[in-house]
Design a protein around this ligand. Structure first.
Ligand code: NAP
Ligand code: LUD
Length: 283
């Protein structure tokens, strides 16, 4: 193996420690910091992620309130909960864990969250603010990926960046953040031709596809920074990224592991965003 491992666990602990210090300062000013975490149904992966988020809140001194609703919750019931959380003073951030059951329109729910409490940065107002480069919150996963890239010391400016995946929650905002840092950015998706060739041009490669091990060593430029957002559970129960770690780590310069890479950074950024939300609402 030649690649250096980017340690998301360690870096996320640093980010959380900084958030904890800020929470302490706010508490000393008489301001508490509160996050509402809403989970609907019984998706086992969502349960793990939500538990990790609640644990991180404890670490940072953020008060977390969990709202666990049954699978058969209606859209109106969830909208009503969101409205009540929008109006609840002690709650600074609202996170509705996705995916939602099929009877609920995710777009409607995201649109109902007050943009000032939208710690995921999924609301159109926040997405638009990110697009024009003038924002309060950054979306948790892309922002976590940026921290991981910055931790390598490799500068983004002028580099060829390739993002595989164009979802609203990862691929698209990720591409925008790389662009803000003056990367030359290419976005690939399911209709992209010659994916391997394009990936091989990348100095910085971000994979957010949801297909286990699809990015193999032969698709990677020697020395590249490889960020694996994928979170796939194999039939044997093991977690696996979108990057084939064994072959990719022979070629890359830096690589994130799964688990212990991007996942913990998503949660650490959420803590940062919740602190920011408390500041915006109190000052
Ligand atoms: P998504 O909404 O399903 O989007 C997947 C994207 O990959 C789509 O843009 C799709 O293209 C593209 N794609 C699918 N097959 C492809 C192929 N063969 N070649 C090239 N592109 C292809 O997924 P997501 O929400 O962005 O999540 C992606 C992965 O990241 C999942 O494994 C998810 O669990 C994980 N994730 C992890 C974190 C974390 O914190 N670590 C956070 C969020 C997501 P089209 O647009 O053309 O369909
Ligand atoms: N919805 C997210 N849905 C899914 N990995 C996460 C995630 C932690 N509204 C909303 O939290 O930001 C979100 N906001 N997302 N995700 C994925 C996405 C959402 C994914 C992984 C982890 C959050 C995480 O803790 C651990 C790791 O990579 O080390 C492993 C966890 C395990 O399964 O053991």
């Amino acid at each position: 193996m030649t690649a250096k491992i980017i340690d998301g666990k360690r870096i996320s602990a640093e980010v959380k420690a900084r958030a904890a210090e800020e929470v302490k300062k706010l508490n000393e000013m008489g301001i508490s910091v509160g996050l509402a975490v809403v989970i609907v149904g019984n998706n086992p992966a969502s349960r793990i992620y939500v538990n990790n988020k609640k644990k991180a809140c404890e670490t940072c001194g953020i008060i977390s309130e969990e709202y666990a609703l049954p699978e058969e919750t209606t859209e109106d019931e969830l909208l009503e909960l969101v409205h009540s959380l929008n109006n609840k003073k002690e709650i600074n951030g609202i996170l509705v864990q996705l995916p939602l059951p099929k009877q609920i329109d995710e777009k409607k729910i995201i649109a109902a969250i007050s943009p000032k409490k939208d710690v995921d940065a999924f609301h159109a107002i926040n997405v638009g603010n990110i697009m024009i480069g003038d924002f309060d919150f950054l979306p948790c996963t892309p922002s976590g990926c940026m921290e991981l890239i910055q931790s390598t010391g490799v500068s983004i400016e002028g580099k060829r960046c390739v993002v595989v995946g164009r979802s609203n929650i990862v691929g698209k905002p990720m591409a925008m953040l790389l662009l803000h840092k003056n990367g030359t950015v290419t976005i690939c998706h399911s209709k992209t031709k010659e994916l391997g060739e394009i990936c091989r041009t990348a100095d910085i490669l971000v994979a957010a596809v949801g297909r286990p091990k699809m990015i193999t060593g032969d698709m990677i430029k020697p020395g590249a920074v490889v960020i694996d957002v994928g979170m796939n559970r194999l039939p044997n129960g093991k977690l696996c990224g979108d990057v084939d770690f064994d072959s990719a780590s022979q070629v890359a310069g830096y690589i994130t592991p799964v688990p212990g890479g991007v996942g913990p950074m998503t949660i650490a950024t959420l803590m940062q965003n919740t602190v920011t939300a408390a500041k915006i609402q109190n000052m």
